[in-house]
Design a protein around this ligand. Structure first.
Ligand SMILES: [Zn+2]
Length: 113
C-alpha cells in the first residue's frame, strides 16, 4: 500500500445516496456559525497504529515507524448503511517500552504507620 494512501467515499456503497446523517447534523452547527466551515462531523473517527501488542513493542527499534490510520465513518440517511467516508494511511512513530527496573518494596513511612 502507498504510505500516503487516502480515499474518500462520497456516496453510499449500498444505494448511492449522498445524504449522510452525522454530516448533516454537523452542517446544522456550521449553518449557525458554531463550527468551522472546513470541519466535518462523523459518526466515528478512529486513529491508531497497527501493532501486535507486546511482541511489536519488544521488537521495534527506537525511532522506527509503524503503519497508522484514520478511519471516519457515517450513516446513510436513505438505507442506514454504516460506511467509511474517509481512509488515511499514516506513519506512526513508536517509542519502545521503557525497561522496567526491579520491583522495590514500598518504603515504610513512620508518619503513616
Ligand atoms: Zn444508502
Amino acid at each position: 500500500m502507498d504510505k500516503n494512501f487516502q480515499a474518500t467515499f462520497d456516496q453510499c456503497p449500498n444505494c448511492g445516496s449522498d445524504q449522510r446523517f452525522c454530516e448533516q447534523l454537523g452542517q446544522e452547527l456550521k449553518d449557525r456559525g458554531l463550527a468551522r466551515p472546513d470541519w466535518t462531523f462523523n459518526y466515528d473517527v478512529r486513529n491508531g497504529v497497527v501493532m501486535d501488542g507486546k511482541y511489536t513493542q519488544i521488537h521495534i527499534l527506537s525511532g522506527a515507524t509503524l503503519p497508522g490510520f484514520t478511519i471516519a465513518t457515517d450513516i446513510c440517511m436513505d438505507c442506514g448503511t454504516l460506511y467509511a467516508v474517509r481512509l488515511n494511511r499514516l506513519e506512526g512513530e513508536m517509542k519502545p517500552m521503557p525497561r522496567q527496573g526491579p520491583i522495590m518494596p514500598p518504603i515504610s513511612n513512620p508518619r503513616f504507620s
